[in-house]
Design a protein. Structure first.
Length: 91
């Protein structure tokens, strides 16, 4: 079943390769979407793909890569749209 999640991650999540590790994980899970840094210090991501893979990406976002400290995670479930061809880092 296809799924989509829009995620906001807060804490010490910038400057610790969060975007790069998120992209690598998303690609390994065959997810599409994007990840970016926000000006307020959070990271924002959209994941689309099989529900199980989206859930794995959300689980990763709860802890992040080594060096990250996640103290806030907001997950908005959305209807799958199929609008992305791959997973990208937005700068």
């Amino acid at each position: 079943m296809k799924s989509r999640a829009h995620v906001y991650i807060g804490g010490n999540v910038q400057g610790v390769f969060f975007r790069a590790r998120t992209r690598a994980l998303a690609e390994s899970l065959a997810l599409s979407g994007w990840v970016r840094n926000l000006y307020d210090g959070r990271v924002e991501a959209v994941f689309e793909g099989e529900r199980e893979s989206v859930e794995k990406a959300i689980e990763f976002c709860k802890r992040g890569p080594p060096g990250a400290y996640v103290d806030e995670l907001v997950v908005r479930r959305e209807d799958w749209r199929g609008e992305f061809e791959d997973f990208r880092i937005i700068y």
